[in-house]
Design a protein around this ligand. Structure first.
Ligand code: GCO
Length: 442
């Protein structure tokens, strides 16, 4: 039996996307500016100075995209709501047309038998809040919880799976630490503040939704990837441990234990107030794991953390993003999480790969390298299941080729090809592969 045949009948098969990466229509229906609108329109920040102004125009083409979900046999879909569509100024007046759009998405998914998974934040902070300090200021935590209440007030009657954040770790490191993502800030103090205030905001939102609604499955999504030292050198071991503490531990420990990893806890002491531990330490019903690649970390004395990606073992293949292809790292991550969090309900909420797809003369895209990537990672997930991991689902990143942040549209992760001139969607061989794998589940 092939690996993908052996998943449980109730296994969740989904695809993930995010608002800024696919929606476009950045000025439609009262939407306010996000930090990614400002960042992408700042010359030199995004390859080719591309922006999410149009992206996949999912705002208008969502019905066609959902038809593909149905045709593929997906039973779930993770999307994110754009905070500035719903609260254009970040707080205060609600824009009903923003909520109406997500109403259309939810009803459109349910009409096609696809369960909506709603992510409240995938990096597109209202610029108006950034102007007041954004994730650097502690009061944003209350504003995030208020935003969560507004969204749940409209959609919790139909949406039962709620993700608080997508990859707060990547957002803090890239957006506030090294400046490669919006809002383009740098420095350890900025990153520490963004880490802590997202952890606080997450706790408050979980408390609010738990208190005000019943029957919801509440969780969050973190990019969780095993860290190894690039060499046996002591400085590389120290660098790997420090990077692991910031990338993985600074998000898992506050949520599941109420404290920061001991090796870095003192760096947060100026930010942590009485009661914060209890606020961050909230029960969740599931954890979403975004997995791409094992991380090989080396000492980098002049970098933000004194640690950065370094040499990788010989013989590995790479995706077009330069990420090593390490499916065994997914098995390692899942079994590590099984052992550290009481075998909590886990979902792979992102897994996929970027390759330089070629469109054949007949318009087909034979992305065999992406098929092989998905096959080997599904096999790793199946092996983890067989070893007792409480894995309940798999969401591919991504349904569509989309705006890959600072890489713009040059880096394609979709199982559906998007021609960004015509917006034509063409399912790739990987779409057919996943559809076949899911069909065999019955
Ligand atoms: C992430 C984000 C996605 C990316 C994807 C490829 O995991 O970084 O959730 O928005 O597009 O991972 O980099």
């Amino acid at each position: 039996m092939a690996e993908e045949d052996a998943f449980p009948d109730d296994f969740v098969w989904g695809a993930s996307t995010s608002s800024y990466q696919i929606e476009g229509a950045v000025d439609a229906d009262g939407r306010g500016q996000s930090i990614w609108d400002v960042f992408s329109h700042t010359p030199g920040r995004v390859k080719g100075d591309e922006t999410g102004d149009v992206a996949c125009d999912h705002y208008h083409l969502w019905a066609e995209d959902f038809e593909w979900l149905a045709r593929g046999g997906f039973n779930a879909y993770r999307f994110s709501t754009a905070w500035p569509r719903i609260l254009p100024a970040g707080a205060g007046a609600v824009e009903p047309r923003g909520l109406d759009f997500y109403d259309r998405l939810v009803d459109g998914l349910m009409a096609r038998g696809v369960t909506p998974w709603l992510c409240l934040y995938h990096w597109d902070l209202p610029q108006a809040l950034q102007d007041e300090g954004g994730w650097l200021k502690r009061d944003i935590a209350q504003k995030f919880a208020a935003y969560a209440r507004v969204v749940a007030g409209r959609l919790a009657d139909r949406v039962h799976h709620w993700v608080m954040f997508n990859e707060a770790n990547v957002h803090a490191l890239c957006g506030y630490g090294v400046g490669s993502h919006a809002p383009g800030l740098t420095g350890l103090p900025n990153m520490l503040a963004a880490i802590h205030h997202q952890n606080l905001a997450q706790g408050l939102a979980l408390q609010a939704l738990r208190a005000e609604h019943s029957g919801l499955r509440l969780g969050t999504v973190i990019s969780l990837q095993p860290v190894r030292p690039s060499s046996d050198a002591p400085e590389d071991h120290r660098a790997a441990q420090r990077f692991d503490a910031f990338w993985n531990g600074a998000f898992l420990d506050p949520l599941f234990n109420g404290f920061y990893p001991p090796t870095i806890a003192d760096e947060f002491s100026a930010l942590v107030a009485a009661g914060d531990a209890a606020t961050m330490h909230q029960p969740v019903d599931f954890l979403g794991v975004n997995y791409y690649s094992r991380m090989h970390i080396a000492a980098a004395p002049h970098s933000l953390l004194g640690a950065w990606w370094g040499a990788v073992p010989r013989g590995l293949r790479f995706t077009a993003m330069g990420w090593p292809i390490t499916p065994d790292g997914l098995y390692e991550e899942l079994t590590t999480l099984r052992d550290r969090n009481g075998n909590l309900e886990l979902y792979i909420t992102e897994n996929g790969a970027c390759f330089d797809d070629r469109v054949a003369a007949d318009g087909t895209v034979h992305d065999d390298d992406r098929v092989e990537f998905l096959r080997t990672h599904l096999a790793a997930a199946r092996r983890a299941l067989a070893d007792g991991v409480n894995l309940r689902g798999y969401f591919v990143w991504s349904l569509l080729d989309n705006f890959e942040w600072t890489e713009g549209y040059s880096r394609r992760f979709g199982i559906i090809h998007v021609d960004f001139q015509t917006l034509k969607r063409t399912p790739k061989a990987s779409f057919a592969y996943l559809a076949e794998a899911m069909a065999r589940r019955g």
